[in-house]
Design a protein around this ligand. Sequence first.
Ligand SMILES: [Cu+2]
Length: 201
Amino acid sequence: MRQVALLLLAIAGLASNAAAGDINGKVVGWSRVFLSPEHPGVVWVEGLPTKPVNKNEPVMAQRGGQFVPPFLIVIAGQTVNMPNEDEVAHNVYSLSAAKQFDLGYYAKGDLKKVTFDRPGMVEVLCMIHAFMRARILVVPNPYYATIAVDGSFRIRNLPAGTFTLTFWADGMTSFSQPVTVPQDAKPVIVRVSWASSSAGK
Ligand SMILES: [Cu+2]
């Protein structure tokens, strides 16, 4: 267990030409160990009403004995296409609290779909190939962003109000921080003092 100190600095609406309600933020203290293009951190907003379901259907394929991509972010209510593009059969399932499913045995060319209704992390596994694993992060609404390697992120077009930002990165314990989006789009700086988060799940 590694203790990692975190300093979060979130700056809302700093850029003068930003649309009212954009959040420009920066997480300070997450090293590149936790933030990389392949394994981005994610930040999302809680406390907003759910928008109409996003009808886009992202894809997580089985290809070359792996799930591709191995990490996918979806919005609650979205349906993910899970085609088998391999010559061999797979049996895709999850036991995660946010979504339990078992797609059964399916062969090359088959397409199965899973709808993710509840926010949370879903671990996707194959019953036939223990080395196959992937994760799907279900965020509550479209107000989310990936966190760049330098810690920066932007969430656009939020309504005014006070919300909770939740931060997640692979290997880090997620944490939350309130943020207020002003009516008048004046710059707002939100600082969080050093906090500790343990590496692990
Ligand atoms: Cu498999």
